[in-house]
Design a protein around this ligand. Sequence first.
Ligand code: GLN
Length: 543
Amino acid sequence: MTRYIFITGGVVSSLGKGLLSASLGALLQARGYSVRLRKLDPYLNVDPGTMSPYQHGEVYVTDDGAETDLDLGHYERFTGVPSRQSDNVTSGRIYSTILEKERRGEYLGGTVQVIPHVTNEIKDFVLDQDDDVDFMLCEIGGTAGDIESLPFLEAIRQLHNDLEPNQTLFMHLTLVPFLAAAGELKTKPTQHSVKELRGIGIQPDILVCRAEQPIPVGEREKIARFCNVRKSAVIQALDVSTIYEVPIAYHNEGMDTEVLRAFGLPYDEKPDLSRWENIVGRIQNPEGEVKIAVVGKYTELLDAYKSLKESLVHGGIANNVKVNIEWIESEVFEQEDAMSRLEPVHAILVPGGFGERGAEGKIAAVKFAREHEIPYFGICFGMQMAVIEAARNMAGISDASSSEFSNDGTNIVGLMTEWKSEDGSMQTRAEDDDLGGTMRLGEYPATLKAGSKVAEIYGATDILERHRHRFEVNVAYKEKLEAAGLIFSGLSPDGRLPEIVELPNHPWFIAVQFHPELKSKPFEPHPLFASFIEAAVKQSRMV
Ligand code: GLN
């Protein structure tokens, strides 16, 4: 029997509901249970694919090609369970499914309403493809009291009665703020948030209270009394030094014990948390430091590069070093004199990106890395810019460019409108299709050249990586670029799509069309990130 844990948030947003869900998943795994995690987002976009990274942060892509909320990245990094399309839903998707059904006449002339039609659709999503896991953790986006999240809360309230007793649990994350003027922690916002939930029929079983200072026993008792929960079900959540410490911190506060107890499951045995202790130990006791420049476009909003940032940390864990990231807005390199900013760094990374703004700055950063023999890692857009740089400055195609910008130059990078899926079928896209859903998304295989640097790093010649792009390096330029020294060391199995390029005569210069950061985990750093940081460590010993 799959048990369901519903995680809601109250008082304010950004309290770390995603991390709470991911960490609880990891704790249940450490107790030997299998888990899946799901996210229900109240906004009306059908998926986050077309949402601005400034507003919504990174779009996390799954193996099966879904563009999902970045919280799914946390789930995977903490549990190692690959997310799928069926793990993320938005109000937009729910409504669009219902409206399609309505147009097809599937409601047989009935009145289509929020209850039961919207709530039924939400319940179906929660219960679908449960894989028979022991625990399904469902995080509800937004904050209790939002108009938008009401249908989700109503749906999970109903599920509590639809399913068996002891099959569901409600966990609510709130804030217990410290008022400096009064010199105390305040429980009232938590009381109000729980009142809000109880007003719609949800009695939380466990309260997780974010606080900047330890919550005294008296205050916990007060919260328990006013919110109608057991005292031991008031779990405090204090700030920790690294997100990977969160599972340990929650365990120390008794969270996993309380959850198991609420379900009537045995809880006496201690979970094995050595994986997390090892990771935290390495992060807290580094043997050195490296400085990595990330030359991108959304550098003011670091959520836009969430997985990338974590993957660099994982590379640090693999090498026992602290990774300091310098986020640089690529446009600055459109001024020649700014290049000196890259002199003190130990490695340069150009991440994924879209559009012409800042592209010349990224190309200038690639050139600097190549000429100064600084380790360079290009990801997706960062590969396309590396190939354009090589075409211009190594192969003599001075007007090399991408059709993402214009059709004026020689487009080494262009729009591909068809590509082969793993099952051999052709996927085609019209050039003027809707923006949503026109990309090459999800897991695709690549074949690596034997003896290449990447084959050595992966220790394999067949790999599977996740993609999210509309443009491709044109394989027709392979020979010319290889003659100039840029090797195409990874291709799609049919040889049509370049997946990886590298410079053999450079300490570390690798650029990939896919997004390796989507698969890296703290307990299993992605080989490319581990190797890149290793190269940065070598570089740091030279400067
Ligand atoms: N804009 C480029 C493309 O669509 C790169 C995309 C990316 O970096 N994710 O192909």
